[in-house]
Ligand binder design. Structure first.
Ligand SMILES: *Cc1c(COP(=O)(O)O)cnc(C)c1O
Length: 415
């Protein structure tokens, strides 16, 4: 078992050891995987790192001492709120990631429903495509989840089917903008309308789309309204550490009305040190994450975000049209943002085996379970590797045709 060494070792040795430790990892720099990371270029990386370092030691929980932190954080939150068409009475919280944003939204919904409606055995009605973070939060919070598969061919949630599952203990429902499995937008306006009719909390999970979709829309793509512009939306999660291009540890949870914030706050005073009050899942929070998010948002600006969004959408177009020309492979449609799935429609071409052949060629493959396929989650870095990906895919398909390989056992889950 590893223990803390009796004597410290020089940083020069440790640094080399860290660099060496990565040598067998999949290389995100080379665009060898389409998930887990967000990378623009070395210039943006330097902005992230230096900004993070400038608030290296500050604790974002210490709002009474680090006044500048509070100001930076508020500016980040205000930029996010404005981007999501929030009204003046809205409120936002800087969180550590999408899972925490979703946790806080569900916690706030639970305590709101308990206080205003006396619901003590709450349930949440979710489209089956909702991210597992909803079930994780629900498990922590004592909320039952009811997942409703869609019957729509376009993979979007069906508001009527969700509504049929509402009962007296339902506190909330949600829609994704877009969902992770297929990359399509749920009909947020329709779901929000049924939520409103039943006085339910309506959450929009824009973790992946919140800081990308507005720019894609500006580029002229047909992106539906999904944020506070839609009547009946109560809360939104949007990840800064995804397409906001902040370093990891940055997301936001937004509330349509600051009056709801009272249900978010945790307040405790039964200990010797006096009252402890805060509104996030963690206590101590990295000041660097806030400063770096602030710096990247100001560094890129609308122009930068829009230009990078174009790189992503052009790469989606290049890859999907390339994949569609490979005999036997089909890209599932629709897909609307940076995510898509492709499958095999040829019984003699096993898509799992194609994935294995791609793995042998050094690509990390995101595996879709239903329908069995390959899931892609793009970054600007994939613009540089798209041609290589496609030529390796052609070779992999030819190999599987030649060998007739099939993957019979389930290949390990992506996460
Ligand atoms: C990434 C993601 C989450 C979870 O966010 P983390 O930052 O990984 O905790 C939730 N919902 C969607 C749609 C996501 O893409």
């Amino acid at each position: 078992m590893t223990v803390i060494p009796a004597k410290g070792r020089p940083w020069s040795d440790l640094k080399l050891e860290l660099e060496d430790a990565k040598k067998d990892d999949f290389s995100w720099q080379e665009g060898r995987m389409a998930l887990y990371f967000y990378y623009l270029d070395e210039e943006v990386k330097r902005v992230q790192q230096e900004a993070y370092e400038s608030y290296w030691t500050e604790n974002a929980m210490g709002k009474k001492v680090f006044f500048s932190m509070q100001k930076l954080e508020q500016e980040v939150l205000d930029m996010g709120l404005a981007l999501h068409h929030a009204k003046a009475e809205a409120h936002a919280t800087f969180t550590s990631g999408g899972s925490e944003s979703i946790f806080l939204a569900m916690k706030t919904a639970r305590d709101w429903a308990r206080k205003t409606k006396g619901i003590s055995e709450p349930n949440a009605v979710l489209p089956r495509t909702a991210h597992p973070a909803f079930d994780k939060a629900a498990a922590f919070l004592g909320i039952k989840t009811i997942r409703v598969p869609t019957t729509r061919a376009d993979y979007r949630a069906n508001a009527e089917e969700l509504e049929k599952r509402f009962d007296a203990n339902t506190i909330m429902t949600m829609g994704s903008a877009p969902n992770y499995p297929f990359g399509v937008f749920d009909p947020i306006a329709e779901i929000a309308a049924v939520a409103k009719k039943h006085d339910l909390w309506m959450h929009v999970d824009a973790c992946v789309g919140g800081f990308l979709a507005p720019w894609v829309k500006k580029l002229g793509y047909d992106i539906p309204d999904f944020d506070f512009a839609v009547p009946g939306v109560t809360s939104i999660s949007a990840d800064l550490h995804k397409y906001g291009y902040a370093p990891k540890g940055a997301s936001m949870m937004m509330l349509c009305d600051k009056a709801l914030h009272e249900y978010q706050v945790f307040s405790f005073s039964d200990w010797e040190r006096g009252p402890y009050i805060n509104d996030t899942a963690p206590g101590t929070r990295a000041g660097g994450a806030v400063a770096a998010a602030w710096a990247v948002m100001n560094f890129l600006g609308e122009d930068g975000y829009t230009a990078w969004a174009k790189v992503i959408m052009d790469t989606v177009e290049k890859l999907t049209s390339g994949i569609d020309t490979i005999k036997g492979l089909t890209v599932l449609k629709p897909h609307e943002l940076c995510l898509f799935v492709y499958t095999s429609e040829d019984p003699d071409l096993d898509i799992g085996a194609v994935g294995e052949a791609m793995t042998t060629r050094g690509w990390f493959i995101g595996r879709q379970a239903e329908p069995v396929g390959i899931h892609m989650h793009l970054n600007p870095v994939h613009a540089k590797t798209a041609d290589l990906y496609l030529s390796d895919l052609v070779a992999s398909v030819a190999e599987v045709h030649a060998t007739g390989a099939k993957v019979t056992e389930a290949v390990g889950a992506t996460y």
